[in-house]
Design a protein around this ligand. Structure first.
Ligand code: FES
Ligand SMILES: [Fe+2]
Length: 369
């Protein structure tokens, strides 16, 4: 798991002005709430007084109130009020990490890391959102009992489709891999590939009723950062699905996936539910495989697997992860496991670069190379 990327924290309607939303991402508890102007805030959940869970408290005039002794924290993370002290006696150390927020597509995202704005990797844009001729399904959020990198790799692996999703498998794509390896197209923060499939409408049974010409269709996947994935399925007649998956590692065993599905055909709202149902059936087919993978997390050594050319996108994903590990962004899970419970950690926020005296230790990361 990596700090210094944008993560989906909650659905917009879960983040309210009158009660906090408590959640966990990257193994750390977080609290989200809104100020009276509607601005969303995401803070570390651990009260630095004596460890209360802010997310179990309440929100008062744009401040989250710890349920233990009533200390109040603003959206900037600073403690504004301590009931047992005079107003001017609030210690400077009384502050919790507060993360940069973006709210888009019905999702509150937070930048979980300490990089200054100009150095931050981007949040992947959903270009088709609100665009003429495109329609988004209602946001779908689901939890999977699997490590997020395993889930990302599954999305980057076109060779599983024929077996895991027989109803929409594309056999011709597989034949393509035997002829030549996947051609990856790198970007600054990720990579993508596209393959054409020559399959007939007969072979894509589930898509048959959705697309009139499946010939010369193309499909592809790509990733941005460790946790944002897109899948393109474009039919020859320009009809297509563009699917965006924003994944939040809850911890090292579980993942919460925020799924935005764009389409430029069957635009009538009455198709929404049917398409969501099809997508959830497909997702469940993946989940059944992912939750049974052993080991739960990708093995550290490539000698503990046998990779072939159709795993090309998975290999490229791992190359990028290694680059981010070298930057010192990878959470040291062994150290975290060894110490969690004895001390509280927080993902460091950007304010740690400009102000000192933080109470919680930053999550341990592997040293930069
Ligand atoms: S632990 Fe939060 S106010 Fe005491
Ligand atoms: Fe799949």
């Amino acid at each position: 798991m990596y700090i210094n990327f944008w993560y989906p924290i909650a659905k917009s309607d879960e983040v309210r002005t009158y009660e906090p939303h408590r959640t966990k991402v990257l193994g750390q508890n977080l609290v989200a709430f809104r100020d009276p102007e509607g601005g969303a805030h995401v803070l570390s959940d651990v009260c630095i007084h004596r460890g209360g869970a802010l997310g179990k408290g309440w929100v008062k005039e744009g401040k989250v109130v710890c349920p233990y002794h009533g200390w109040q924290f603003g959206g900037d993370g600073l403690c504004k009020y301590i009931p047992s002290l005079e107003d001017d006696q609030v210690p400077a150390r009384a502050k919790v990490d507060s993360y940069p927020v973006q709210e888009k597509y019905g999702i509150v995202f937070a930048f979980l890391g300490d990089l200054p704005e100009e150095e931050r990797p981007p949040l992947r844009e959903v270009e088709e959102y609100d665009q003429e001729g495109w329609r988004a399904n209602k946001l779908v959020v689901f939890e999977v009992g699997a490590f997020y990198e395993r889930s990302m790799e599954n999305g980057l692996d076109p060779s599983h489709n024929e077996f895991v999703h027989p109803a929409q498998g594309a056999p011709a794509m597989l034949r393509d891999f035997r002829r030549k390896p996947l051609e990856m197209e790198d970007e600054t923060w990720g990579s993508r590939f596209r393959v054409t499939f020559e399959t007939t409408t007969e072979e894509t049974k589930a898509l048959k009723e959705l697309a009139t010409h499946a010939q010369d269709a193309s499909a592809g996947s790509g990733f941005v950062g460790p946790n944002q994935m897109i899948t393109w399925i474009d039919f020859a007649n320009k009809n297509g699905f563009h699917q965006y998956f924003f994944e939040a590692p809850i911890d090292e065993n579980r993942t919460r996936i925020f799924f935005v599905n764009m389409r430029n055909f069957l635009l009538q709202p009455e198709n929404d539910q049917r398409l969501v149902s099809v997508n959830l059936i497909v997702a469940q087919e993946d989940i059944d495989i992912l939750e049974a993978l052993d080991p739960v997390r990708t093995p550290d050594s490539p000698t503990e697997e046998v990779l072939v050319p159709s795993d090309g996108a998975v290999v490229r994903y791992r190359d990028f992860l290694n680059r981010w590990t070298d930057k010192g962004w990878r959470i040291d899970l062994k150290k975290l496991r060894a110490e969690q419970g004895d001390r509280a950690f927080a993902i460091p926020c950007p304010a740690r670069r400009t102000s000192k005296n933080w109470v919680l230790n930053p999550v341990p990361v592997l040293p930069p190379q």
